[in-house]
Ligand binder design. Sequence first.
Ligand code: FES
Length: 364
Amino acid sequence: MSIMVKTEKKVTLIIDGQKITVPDTITILEAAQKAGIRIPTLCYHPALAAIGSCRICIVEIEGVDRPATACNTEALEGMKVTTRSERLFDLRREVIKMILAHHPLNCSPCPENGDCELQDLAYEYDLAAMDFNDYHIQTEGFPWKPFSTPILDYHPRRCILCGRCVKVCSEIRGLGAITMSGSGAKAVIQPVMADEQTPSLCISCGECMRVCPVNAIEETMGGIKGKPWETKRVQTTCGYCGVGCQLDLNVVNNQVVGVTTRDDVGVNKGRLCSKGRFGYTFIHSEDRLRRPLVRNEEGKLEETTWTRALMKVAREFKRIKKEHGPDSLGGLSSARCTNEENYLFQRLIRQVFGTNNVDHCARL
Ligand code: FES
């Protein structure tokens, strides 16, 4: 019996004088990245199919008159590609100028000041506010409008209409809760709603906010977020379910002020649900139970040690079992636990308590 082995076809091309052999299914941008050659991008995101809207990633291909966008042009056998030239620098600079003619360059009030892909490009291409006198784009006034969820606010003046948010919502979340509407200086991202009465399709996951390169989508929760350079990012595991998603708690002055993720970390690869991304305000809540409490003789809650509290719980379980039988007890476990913890929990209820009254609530 013969076994069919699918072999990957390869192509060899030259990028900036470097000979590179790559699978025939990838783009010029991906081929360059594999060879450690940086091509600037803005609308491109590694988790999404190429959008090709910003044109920052243009490169020159020998034999082709007009520059091509590297993020959505296939790497072909024998291609000779140039990623850096005076012409490309000038063209990219013009593209960034056009974007900045709409996007205000007063970065100081923006929480992403210092951690913004557009700001980095403006710096790299040596652009300042006075470079925009050539353009007379009539920027639209945008009255505030609710976004797809009250957790998020959309800033149309900051938005560069790269399309990442729309793409992530349809491609990764499979929802299509937001769309691009209008054209030119009037174009905006807006929720998809058939009419005022129809609820938004949005599930408040915040993926659109995560992939936005310029902070045009911002969370409305919490107060001061802290500037990137004063924010400590502490990697941890989300505690809301047993999946084990990785996230970074953003800490400023010992206060958790937000949650961010990294595209290459953990099983979630940057993605989170709404609980993982926005469910952090309980950390500093006044109502949070921080110490064990037991009721005294008068029925008032008093602070105690964990040992005393657990001994009291064990005593009471034993008393109830003795007086009313094992089936008067039951256990409700949590989605926050791992499989192993849930397994141990049901063993405790079945073998120690002596009852099959054991269940699990995914929303705990
Ligand atoms: Fe290629 Fe935007 S990164 S067109």
